[in-house]
Write a protein that binds this ligand. Structure first.
Ligand code: GLA
Length: 385
């Protein structure tokens, strides 16, 4: 049974009603390059992936929201109101409540709904399942309510939910690509003004994601502390965001800050430059150049930003030993999670085999491998009867 029919069947079992539900999806994402740059108003180059969150839902006449999270076998029920309470022990519930809260703050008029949420994005693996939940539930509610906002504003509401309701100070990348992703393309996003360009991914290469199986509990704390380091560095250079510090200015004036903060700033400034260069390489279809930039990005995340871990470093090394792999790096916030590799189509089997054979023995863990296709952002799915 496909995940779509499972979601619809679950809806029928749980909410016996004559009204047929509508079905919506929002994708997870993989970031090809441009890591920890979004909250520095810099550049990112992610793609939406063919792993999604699905919502089957009907509108209610009152202002109650009843959501069943199928993967967790967990309910959340609440009324639409401005002072929504945060839950403990129900992380999914806080994403549902957070997006409702943020849409209300933006002035959207929302109806109640009955909904089943399910998905096949690995949870906690750094592929942005939480952004996909916020965007999918927000889009569903807006559609059922007949309220219109732009996809950009939906992404901003989802980021606000995560920042101010859930308490994770993420940038805009994940929510933005979940809204605006395009099939077979990566998006170069300027996180200062939210302008973007769709760049076609070359047919002759595959994007391979490998989940290291390391899922760290303290991720949010570490992430927020990296963000504070960047803010400290920006203050030192007299700007509000590191985007505005050039490599030349960094070289002239970095000596006066602590070594740690210097390294953080060096990562962000060099990563912004790499991301723009990677976009140029993609436009020129120069995959070797693109791969080299991915490799340099990983080294910078490992040594300067210090968000890698031994398992991810090993995965990257293993991948780079395979003939036909252009480049590989950790993707997402780091501290565990996934590696992404850009690979010649003919080399995908070799890469898969190498990792399946060797990763368990060096890391004592099981890696999960996804060959992914760049996919479209949030949408309604027509249900065939
Ligand atoms: C997480 C955040 C993003 C971004 C990445 C790191 O995925 O949600 O906003 O900062 O980490 O690039």
């Amino acid at each position: 049974m496909t995940i779509i029919s499972q979601t619809l069947d679950a809806f029928d079992d749980i909410f016996p009603t004559d009204m047929a539900p509508r079905l919506f999806q929002a994708p997870g994402r993989v970031n090809l390059i441009g890591e920890h740059t979004d909250y520095n108003a810099g550049y990112v180059l992610p793609a939406a992936i063919d792993r999604q969150i699905f919502v089957a839902a009907t509108a209610r006449k009152d202002s109650r929201i009843n959501i069943y999270a199928h993967n967790f076998n967990q309910w959340d029920r609440f009324g639409i109101q401005n002072d929504l309470e945060k839950l403990s022990g129900n992380p999914c519930g806080n994403y549902f409540r957070g997006i409702v809260w943020a849409l209300l703050q933006q002035g959207s008029e929302l109806c109640g709904m009955d909904a089943v949420v399910s998905g096949n994005i690995p949870i906690g693996a750094g592929l942005s399942s939480s952004a996909a939940i916020e965007v999918a539930v927000g889009f569903t509610l807006l559609q059922l309510s007949g309220s219109e906002i732009s996809l950009k504003d939906l992404a901003l509401a989802a980021q606000k939910a995560e920042n101010d309701f859930v308490g994770m100070r993420c940038g805009i990348m994940d929510q933005y690509i979940a809204c605006l992703g395009q099939a077979d393309h990566a998006l170069l996003i300027d996180c200062r003004d939210l302008s973007y360009q769709n760049l076609p991914l070359p047919f002759e290469a595959s994007v391979v994601i490998v989940d290291s199986g390391v899922h760290r509990g303290l991720m949010d704390m570490e992430y927020n502390s990296r963000r504070e380091d960047c803010e400290k560095a920006a203050r030192h250079f007299g700007v509000s965001v590191l985007r505005d510090v050039s490599m030349e200015a960094f070289r002239e004036r970095a000596h006066a800050i602590s070594a740690v903060v210097q390294r953080r700033a060096h990562h962000v400034i060099s990563e912004n430059n790499r991301t723009l260069a990677a976009a140029d390489a993609l436009r020129a279809r120069d995959l070797s150049a693109f791969g080299e930039l991915m490799i340099a990005s990983h080294a910078s995340l490992r040594d300067d930003f210090e968000v890698s871990c031994p398992e991810l470093d090993r995965l990257v090394e293993m991948a780079l030993d395979v003939e036909g792999v252009y480049g590989a790096r950790l993707t997402g916030a780091g501290f565990g999670g996934c590696m992404v590799a850009l690979v010649k189509k003919e080399a995908v089997d070799d890469l898969t085999e190498t990792i399946e054979t060797n990763y368990g023995s060096v890391a004592g863990r099981q890696a999960s491998i996804y060959i992914c296709r760049a996919s479209a952002g949030v949408s309604e799915i027509e249900i065939e009867n």
